[in-house]
Design a protein around this ligand. Structure first.
Ligand code: ATP
Length: 503
């Protein structure tokens, strides 16, 4: 699995999708740049989301609020006081960890160990191997797993209650109960705020302390009444926004899964108090449908309903995706009650109420939120699409089976040879198609090599212009996923591509 993930990262670099930020200076950790193909894929994901949320819903409108916000925003939202990660240092290695992630990793290590033992035994016993029986009689590591999971549960509670001494004690307990690599020497657990601070204004005395927003949602909350009034919106209605968010993440690994600067796509849906359960179910279903519409496999998604809820939520679930390193959160769906708007009312002293003409009274609406990381979605799409296939002639091909609607380049136009008027016809086709789609022109190397290059790049169609084209105005169209080729009229090419790639 680790190998697959390494391949994903190197493919993303080699084919111009994602680069490490400031690479010539040895990079900046957990910060990435999107390259020529990556920027297109990212834009297409954003548009696919925007279309589903804003364009197709009459009662949802867009917003683009600023990254800088008045500092009181973050007092009201709770981020100044409570947007913390519990950190613990190892005194020997001087390494810093997030307490919850440390334990999760520990559990994963135990699972990997069980896996290894099971595989070893299966090899030894051959056909007569019975996994259940084996685990029952060779219980030591399984026992570790049970213990680790129970500690993980207790840890969740301690974290929520901010019982930091307890957190440390549980980590030590875990290491004694399940000695994997020997216990280590830990410091106390400390809370660490994830917001980046900066200053607004030039003079030292009058400069104002600001934060880079850690989520886009608050820009929506503070604009709620402006949008409702100017857009004459009636409840239920939603406001959607995509944009950058910043978090000083400590566990910064896993490529673009967890970044310090990332992009969110959030939608806040304002509803009548008391209707939240119904909307929560509806939005869970709608968002899952959106994911499934990309055709990346139903088995790769699951809901994770939260048992422990944040203080502002009355229901919450994640849509998890099967990344190369296991099922992890991709999107959150939260029923946030009137927490955010009420807090902003209190801190600003301004009313943030909706007059409901049907009820003939004013109230602070409840909020249903859907929140997905654009970069995380990028990783889901990219890692799921990267495949290595064994072909009949005993070779392998690397193919990036991106959903066609999201692919950066929709078609590559290839003259079979660099002469006999073929490049001219191909270039004319490029000129005709480029108003509708991103297309590429490639005349270098043998056509087979060019196909492979486009496969690895994720291009769903290759259109080849050959000598027959000169005679009868037909071309071959090759499909990336099946490698099948069809002979079609030049004039049909545009509609064939459009059918597959239009949103
Ligand atoms: P996690 O538990 O993974 O840190 P979270 O629960 O803090 O995430 P939310 O605050 O609910 O995440 O943010 C909503 C979405 O934003 C997440 O589902 C994820 O897709 C994305 N996201 C959050 N933090 C990051 C990050 N550091 N890098 C990339 N995407 C992120």
């Amino acid at each position: 699995q680790e190998d697959i993930f390494k391949k994903v990262i190197s493919h993303a670099k080699e084919y111009g999708y994602v680069f490490q930020s400031s690479e010539i200076y040895d990079g900046l950790s957990a910060v990435y740049d999107y390259a020529q193909n990556g920027v297109e894929l990212k834009k297409n994901i954003r548009e696919y989301w925007w279309q589903a949320m804003v364009q197709l819903n009459e009662n949802i409108v867009g917003l683009d609020s600023a990254i800088f916000m008045h500092p009181t925003t973050w007092k009201a939202s709770g981020h100044v006081d409570a947007f913390n990660d519990p950190l613990i240092d190892n005194k020997d290695s001087k390494k810093r960890y997030r307490a919850d992630v440390l334990v999760e990793d520990y559990v994963a290590k135990i699972e990997a160990k069980i896996d290894k033992e099971v595989k070893k035994a299966a090899k030894r016993f051959g056909d007569s191997f019975d996994k259940k029986q084996f685990l029952k009689t060779n219980g030591r590591v399984v026992d570790y797993q049970t213990k680790a999971n129970s500690i993980l549960k207790r840890l969740g509670k301690s974290l929520q209650n901010e019982d930091l001494a307890d957190v440390k004690a549980l980590i030590e307990e875990l290491e004694i109960a399940c000695p994997l690599s020997g216990s280590r020497n830990w410091t106390e657990v400390k809370q660490f705020n994830l917001m980046f601070g900066t200053k607004l204004g030039a003079s030292a005395d009058s400069a104002m302390d600001l934060y880079l927003r850690p989520e886009t949602a608050q820009g929506i909350f503070v604009n709620f009444l402006n949008v409702q009034k100017t857009g004459r919106m009636k409840i239920p209605f939603g406001i959607a926004q995509t944009g950058k968010a910043f978090r000083n993440e400590i566990v910064a690994r896993q490529f673009i899964f967890r970044m310090r600067e990332f992009e969110q796509m959030e939608m806040q849906f304002f509803i009548k108090p008391g209707t939240q359960q119904e909307w929560y179910e509806q939005w869970k279903e709608k968002r899952m449908k959106w994911h499934l519409s990309l055709g990346m496999g139903e088995d790769n998604y699951r809901f994770h309903d939260h048992e422990k809820l944040a203080h502002y939520a009355d229901a919450a679930a994640d849509i998890e995706f099967k990344f190369p390193f296991g099922f992890k959160e991709l999107e959150g769906i939260h029923s946030r009650t009137d927490f955010d708007l009420s807090q902003h009312e209190e801190y600003s002293g301004k009313k943030l109420q909706y007059f409901d003409p049907e009820e003939n009274k004013s109230y602070v609406p409840y909020v249903l939120e859907t929140s997905i990381g654009l970069d995380r979605m990028f990783l889901a799409v990219f890692s799921n699409s990267l495949q290595e296939e064994e072909l009949d002639n005993n070779t392998t091909r690397t193919v990036l089976k991106l959903p066609a609607v999201l692919a950066p380049t929709k078609a590559a136009i290839l003259p079979l040879l660099k002469r006999d008027g073929l490049p001219e016809i191909a270039k004319k086709l490029v000129d005709d198609l480029k108003w509708d789609f991103n297309v590429a022109y490639d005349e270098k190397d043998a056509v087979g090599r060019r196909y492979r290059r486009q496969d690895a790049n994720g291009t769903p169609f290759c259109i080849t212009v050959d000598h027959q084209t000169v005679e009868d105005e037909t071309v071959t169209i090759r499909h990336r996923d099946t490698m099948e080729q069809q002979r079609v009229k030049l004039t049909e090419v545009k509609s064939i591509i459009a059918k597959e790639v239009d949103m």
